[in-house]
Write a protein that binds this ligand. Structure first.
Ligand code: PGA
Length: 267
């Protein structure tokens, strides 16, 4: 009897550019990525989330590649008098297929709440796109010993009313607030493993087997030094990166690194 070939695990590697880059810089990044992406093994799924004004340009430049392009936010209403907002159909028209929802910077600075995250997640799904729902606790919750309740509640409210047939398009990113950005310190492998298994259990509790398949990404100060260890933790199906992937070179080196780390892992 011949042994079955190892099943490769799909691993997500995404980056949000946050509010960085000019149009020229975005074009350069997209072109550098397009030129190199064929060398990244297919089991690494790649996505880039530029600012709204660059989605269309980046999507065009990456159109012939397998890199997905997305938005960092979208409003829940389909259209109307919402000055300064952008709808899901607008980002879809620009070329986005993924929409990040509820990043902690938006929760802290722009009034995003669990309720708006829920409305936006539903709107993204109705538009036929994939929501990337961000959750994560502030440091105090960890000190109080309430981090897991806090994060599970965020997940439950975000997904309230979302039927089982839509869950296969949802992705969740665990991004502890204290790990993100300048001054953040990356979560340890054991902190990530623990919270990912708690989130996984909540998803399975609600959606059964379909909850097993929801990609669970980790984000917060991911870099060249910690990416391999974080990527190899149980229930870590991807990494979501800010600063370390703000150059195409940085992003591509992380992609090569995780491709090797997760290669041939049995599903
Ligand atoms: P960082 O950002 O990698 O720069 O910490 C991560 C994020 O906010 O998703």
């Amino acid at each position: 009897m011949s042994a079955s070939p190892p099943v490769e695990r799909t691993f997500w590697l995404g980056t949000s550019w946050k509010m960085t880059k000019s149009i020229a810089e975005a074009a350069k990044y997209a072109d550098e990525l397009a030129a190199a992406v064929d060398d990244i093994p297919n089991h690494v799924e790649l996505f880039v989330l530029p600012p709204f004004t660059m989605i269309s340009l980046v999507a065009q430049r990456l159109a012939h590649t397998r890199v997905r392009v997305g938005a960092q936010n979208a409003h829940w209403a389909s259209s109307g008098a919402y000055t300064g907002e952008v709808s899901t159909s607008m980002v879809a028209e620009a070329g986005a297929t993924i929409v990040e929802i509820g990043h902690s910077e938006r929760r802290a600075a722009f009034g995003e709440t669990d309720t708006t995250v829920n409305l936006k997640t539903k709107a993204v799904l109705s538009a036929g796109l994939r929501p990337l729902v961000c959750v994560g606790e502030p440091w105090e919750e960890r000190e109080f010993g309430t981090a897991s309740e806090y994060v599970v509640r965020q997940v439950k409210v975000a997904l309230a009313g979302i039927p089982a047939h839509d869950i296969s398009r949802v992705m969740v990113a665990y991004e502890p607030v204290w790990a993100i950005g300048d001054g953040g310190r990356p979560a340890t492998a054991s902190q990530v493993r623990e919270m990912h298994s708690i989130i996984r259990a909540a998803l399975v509790d609600r959606y059964g087997e379909a909850g097993e398949a929801v990609p669970l990404l980790y984000g917060g100060s991911v870099n060249q030094d910690n990416a391999a260890e974080l990527a190899s933790q149980e229930h870590v199906d991807g990494l979501f990166v800010g600063r370390a992937a703000w150059t195409a070179d940085g992003y591509l080196s992380l992609a090569r690194l995780v491709a090797t780390t997760v290669q041939g892992v049995s599903a």
